[in-house]
Design a protein around this ligand. Structure first.
Ligand SMILES: Cc1cc2nc3c(=O)[nH]c(=O)nc-3n(C[C@H](O)[C@H](O)[C@H](O)COP(=O)(O)O)c2cc1C
Length: 186
């Protein structure tokens, strides 16, 4: 059972990364194979909007997005994690979402059977961010609503999520929920 986390925060020791680690550690304890991809560590360029995207065998852009999308398609569970930047997902996450257009234009969907969402805001903008992620999930995954688990909360300065014990526990619960959901289906 493979759970892949795609992280849109560039702060490696930031709140989103901390919560994702809580989720993955919990999932690993229960037997899941886990992987975290922090988008800012790779070349994930923005979509160039080619009219003939559907006619290309591979995306014209030669960056890291291709192999990340392959992993997204092959994982049993996927976590999408982002801080709120100007009332929505971070630029790194948005670039990644847009590059999924290649999958959309080739009728490819991820085989993931469960999806986790982690959103961290300083104070506001969670609703629009969840809406964006929800729309993206609808296009990219074949998962029912009850297989989508969401954790969101408030934290701002570095380390604040770690001090927010209920939020950290929510993140660990997400790991348990995802593994339980996958085991139920196995
Ligand atoms: C460019 C930028 C834009 C931000 N926009 C918002 C915002 O619209 N709403 C909000 O509540 N917090 C906003 N924040 C604060 C972050 O969401 C907050 O610091 C969060 O904890 C960062 O997560 P991280 O530690 O995982 O990077 C913004 C931060 C940055 C750097």
């Amino acid at each position: 059972m493979k759970i892949l986390a795609i992280v849109g925060s560039p702060r490696l020791k930031g709140n989103t990364n901390y919560l994702v680690e809580q989720t993955l550690e919990e999932a690993a304890k229960l037997g899941a194979e886990t992987e975290k991809i922090v988008l800012s560590q790779y070349a994930v360029n923005s979509c160039l909007g080619h009219d003939n995207c559907a006619s290309y065998d591979t995306c014209r852009q030669r960056d890291d997005t291709g192999w990340i999308l392959d992993k997204l398609c092959q994982a049993d569970g996927v976590i999408l994690a982002t801080p709120v930047y100007y009332y929505n997902v971070s630029a790194q996450m948005k670039a990644f979402i847009d590059r999924n257009y290649f999958l959309y234009k080739h009728d490819r969907k991820s085989r993931a059977r469960v999806v986790g969402i982690i959103v961290v805001a300083g104070s506001e903008g969670v609703e629009d961010t969840l809406h964006t992620l929800g729309q993206f999930i609808g296009e990219t995954f074949k998962v029912d609503e009850d297989k989508i688990f969401t954790v969101w909360g408030y934290a701002d300065r570095l380390g604040e999520a770690k001090d927010n014990l209920p939020l950290a526990e929510e993140a660990r619960k997400l790991g348990r929920q995802m593994v339980a959901s996958l085991k139920m289906e196995a």
